[in-house]
Write a protein that binds this ligand. Structure first.
Ligand code: TTP
Length: 669
């Protein structure tokens, strides 16, 4: 089936910028003597030389792969330089890499709408910049075009050696008779080349980029020619780019849905997928998923660049593989304390630097049971309202863990140490903070509040001091969780504020990279527009707020923050209706797409066990990247393509999102 030609004049220029062997470059900047040498960054665990997590291109050309351990890498490439990842609190400390990523983001963000997609990846919407260039200084009028732009790979164009291919690239960029949308891409080539040079100059980091009409195509293209190169996807090349692509390589098809396409429908490549009618796909996967599949096979994706420079969440995690698996509550608590400390450090600097607060604390873990009749059972993720203060987070994280453990072990398994039949092992732990919003301006006193709160000793926290209740409904809710660990473990499972959670699973490495973000509620710009919660409060929250009314006197500004703040407990937000209400209210302009997404959720929900509550868009790529890989792997198995704000809206339904889709909409036969 041919890919449709563009039909409208509304074109977008999207770039996906991906740093090359990022951690290695960061280490090489620290130690310039390593530049040009085969180098790899290894995990702090030194067993067999440590696992490789980033490999330089020089090392790759000697046969070193990321799947290797240090010793293996040395065998393949004796001159390889192994640099250990920085360590703090007995675990990898990614702060250096995080800040290095921020340096890049701050440069790229000057060019247009910028979305930080992971620790080293950024999407840019360069449409405005390209439009301006086309209007004011079109490429054909330029005296010369930068060499970096001329080195671009243009899909569909045969690349000859020497200067010839550069001439071809120049001709392509400067074609007077080109479709306007390809002309815009030509401008995109020049802009991105310039940006990449600027990043290199200012940070010393090289990066690669993909330039196309939507995020999906740009992302596919950016990895095609690495390192330090850029690849462009003209309209005419979309079909070729996609058709031979293994289905599992498509964004969001790396998980269960991709597997189902393979096993149930015999679809191995996008070309195979093109053979299926939209109706057929809808029959198998429901209306929205079916339409979405039909669209992506044709390069149609209405996913917007989000305009987000700061992470949507923060996380800290660690794995405990093999014999290091944790087997006692005290060990778990020890590590949760470390992780919570790191998390709080990041929350504090976010609060200080960006005036943002997070409201949900989530615990994820991976585990196994020694005598497991139900080996497939996942350790449930749990979340609760987040209370500022390191000891508070530590306590809450441990309580969440115990609640999850009770559920994992079942009604008779709460005494792992005393009963040989009921042992458990924890192989990965992480805590994350999400639902981050701006503090409204004029409420700087809250900073002092949080600072003082963090210094309150844990005993008083357990007593749940009244001012905490006054400050936030979350805090009041969390008081119910402030029991000692021992009491908690012995209690029946009746947590009001603890809920099952699953992270934004689609946001992971490899095939399952970026997902459209359906839940805009953690974005600062919209956060101030949270509606009052009258329609969405649960009984519990409503009661807590009323109870705390008295204590709110004298602090109207802070009370206002939290009155307008999305304090809906997770249990309620898990329902599709709430997700729709929340999104519609927060982003009125997206109401139709969120309703649609909600339907997608419904479909997916219908097809799966309800073991995990699904938290839409709560944890973003950068945080997910930082979680222990064991945990990431576990979550990937839950991957579903249910986060497409505009999926199914792209076939001339009159919605705003249809413009891009029109380029690729199918030819009428
Ligand atoms: P990637 O962008 O996947 O890879 P990369 O930047 O090292 O190399 P490439 O040039 O192929 O893009 O990951 C970014 C960083 O994230 C990487 O430098 C190290 C870290 N990382 C891990 O810690 N573990 C992993 O399994 C992966 C994939 C990445």
């Amino acid at each position: 089936m041919p890919v449709a030609r563009p039909e409208t004049s509304d074109a977008r220029v999207i770039a996906h910028v991906d740093m090359d062997c990022f951690y290695v470059q960061v280490e090489q900047r620290k130690q310039p003597e390593l530049r040009g040498l085969p180098t790899a960054v290894v995990q702090y665990n030194e067993w067999q030389g440590g696992a490789l997590i980033a490999v330089s291109y020089e090392a790759r050309s000697c046969g070193v792969k990321r799947s290797m351990r240090g010793e293996e890498a040395k065998a393949a490439c004796p001159e390889i330089q192994l640099v250990q990842v920085p360590v703090a609190r007995g675990k990898a400390d990614l702060n250096t890499y995080r800040s290095a990523g921020s340096e890049v983001v701050s440069i790229l963000a000057q060019s247009g709408k910028c979305e930080r997609a992971s620790i080293d990846e950024v999407y840019l919407d360069l449409t405005d910049a390209a439009e301006s260039m086309l209007a004011d200084a079109p490429p054909e009028g330029l005296e010369s075009i930068d060499e970096e732009a001329l080195k671009s790979h243009i899909l569909g164009m045969s690349r000859e050696d020497g200067d010839d291919f550069k001439e071809s690239v120049r001709d392509w960029i400067c074609r007077k008779d080109a479709d306007r949308r390809d002309k815009l891409l030509g401008c995109g080539i020049i802009i991105v080349a310039e940006l990449r040079k600027q990043v290199l100059k200012e940070t010393e980091f090289s990066c690669s980029a993909g330039i196309a009409h939507n995020k999906m195509l740009a992302k596919l293209a950016s990895g095609m020619n690495k390192p330090a190169q850029q690849t462009v996807v003209p309209y005419a090349a979309v079909e070729e780019l996609l058709s031979s692509l293994p289905i599992k390589k498509m964004k969001q098809l790396g998980g269960k849905l991709g597997t189902s396409l393979q096993t149930d429908l015999g679809i191995d490549t996008v070309s195979d997928l093109l053979q299926f009618s939209e109706t057929k796909l809808q029959e198998h996967y429901g209306i929205n998923t079916g339409t979405w599949l039909w669209n992506i096979a044709r390069g149609i994706s209405g996913e917007e660049v989000q305009g987000r420079l700061l992470p949507k969440s923060h996380g800290s995690g660690k794995t405990f593989p093999g014999p290091r698996a944790l087997r006692s509550l005290s060990n778990v608590q020890h590590w949760l304390n470390q992780l919570s400390e790191e998390l709080y450090e990041r929350l504090s600097s976010d609060l200080e630097q960006n005036k943002r607060i997070a409201s949900t604390l989530t615990l994820h873990a991976s585990a196994f049971r020694s005598k497991d009749s139900d080996s497939q059972k996942k350790f449930p993720s749990k979340s609760c309202p987040l209370r500022y203060g390191v000891t508070k987070i530590q306590e809450d994280a441990f309580n969440l863990f115990q609640a999850a453990l009770r559920e994992y072990m079942g009604p008779f398994g709460t005494k792992p140490q005393g009963n040989k039949k009921e042992t458990w092992r924890i192989t990965g732990l992480s805590v994350s903070a999400s639902k981050i919003v701006d503090i409204p301006s004029g409420t700087s006193s809250i900073m002092r509040y949080f600072q003082s709160q963090s210094t309150i000793p844990s005993s008083s926290e357990s007593g749940c001091p009244q001012e905490h209740v006054a400050m936030t409904p979350s805090a009041s809710e969390s008081c119910s969780e402030q029991k000692s660990a021992e009491t908690e473990a012995a209690m029946p499972n009746k947590d009001i504020s603890i809920t099952d959670t699953s992270p934004d699973l689609d946001n992971s490495y490899g095939n399952m990279d970026m997902v459209p973000e359906k839940d805009a509620s953690c974005q600062s710009s919209e956060a101030k527009e949270f509606p009052t919660q009258s329609g969405t409060q649960t009984k519990t929250i409503g009661r807590k707020i009323n109870n705390s009314k008295e204590k709110n006197r004298g602090m109207p500004s802070i009370v206002d923050i939290f009155k307008n703040y999305n304090a809906t407990p997770q249990s309620q937000q898990e329902t599709r209706e709430d997700s729709t209400v929340s999104l519609t209210s927060n982003r009125g302009n997206l109401s139709s797409s969120t309703n649609h997404s909600s339907e997608v959720n419904q479909e997916v929900e219908d097809r799966r066990e309800t073991e995990w509550g699904y938290k839409v868009g709560e944890i973003d790529q950068s945080v997910f990247d930082e979680l222990p890989y064991e945990i990431q792997r576990e979550f990937r198995s839950f991957l579903r393509p249910n986060k497409r704000p505009n999926a199914g809206k792209s076939k001339g339904d009159g919605s705003a999102s249809s413009s891009i889709a029109h380029y690729f909409s199918p030819l009428k036969r």
